[in-house]
Design a protein around this ligand. Structure first.
Ligand code: DX5
Ligand code: ZN
Length: 216
């Protein structure tokens, strides 16, 4: 039987002056999670939102907050993000020392969150195989992290089968970057079980249809 697809709209494409309205919009129209892109201006060239904003979102969000940390030294901030209300915390493989990965995952899970590890386009899928037993989710970036609205990179999606074959049965495989009604099908057919989409959802005239088209 095919697995349920988790749709996680990225609020990077929402109106930051109307986050409550824009989160409600996707929650009312089929979103499973709310994807929150945290950028520090070091790990990626852009700066977005941080801990106080996650805390504010938690006051009204009804769906789990899927926090994607595009920051250096993520281990320093995990507890703060968990306390602020993150439900899923994903850190980048490239931002940590490999020998700390098991401990970072255990810390995230001990705070009651799901632990995700993400790889950038240039990172080989085989690099994270030793750590798959520790994570609940792998986020395969299908664009260079840092900005919304970029074009989907097909070769990145080709990493998914290796991850699926080496991961546990219930491992969530998420893709992020350039996801729309066409690229989502490519990713799901390769084994993705969670789709992040920012511009495709927030720029569509019919959000419900857009979310349905990802799941179809
Ligand atoms: C990019 C972010 C994404 C971004 C996706 O660094 O991680 O979550 O919002 O935006 P779209 O769906 O527009 O490519
Ligand atoms: Zn993201």
């Amino acid at each position: 039987m095919s697995k349920e697809i988790i749709v996680s709209p990225s609020i990077l494409s929402a109106d930051f002056a109307n986050l409550e309205r824009d989160i409600k919009l996707v929650e009312d129209n089929g979103a499973d999670w709310i994807h929150v892109d945290v950028m520090d201006g070091h790990f990626v060239p852009n700066i977005t939102i941080g801990i106080p904003v996650v805390k504010a979102l938690k006051r009204f969000a009804r769906k789990p907050l899927d926090v994607h940390l595009m920051i250096d030294n993520p281990e320093k901030y995990i507890e703060d993000f968990a306390k602020a209300g993150a439900d899923i915390i994903t850190f980048h493989y490239e931002a940590v020392k490999p020998e700390n990965i098991e401990e970072i995952c255990k810390k995230i899970q001990s705070l009651g969150c799901k632990a995700g590890i993400s790889i950038k386009p240039k990172t080989n899928q085989n690099d994270i195989i030793p750590y798959l037993p520790f994570v609940d989710m792998v986020l395969v970036m299908t664009v260079e992290p840092g900005f919304g609205g970029q074009e989907f990179m097909h070769y990145c999606a080709q990493k998914i089968p290796t991850i699926q074959q080496n991961g546990k049965e219930d491992l969530i495989i998420q893709v992020d970057g350039g996801i729309n009604d066409i690229t989502s099908k490519v990713c799901v057919s390769l084994g993705a079980t969670s789709l992040v989409a920012g511009s495709y959802i927030y720029k569509s005239k019919d959000v419900k249809k857009a979310i349905e088209s990802l799941r179809a």
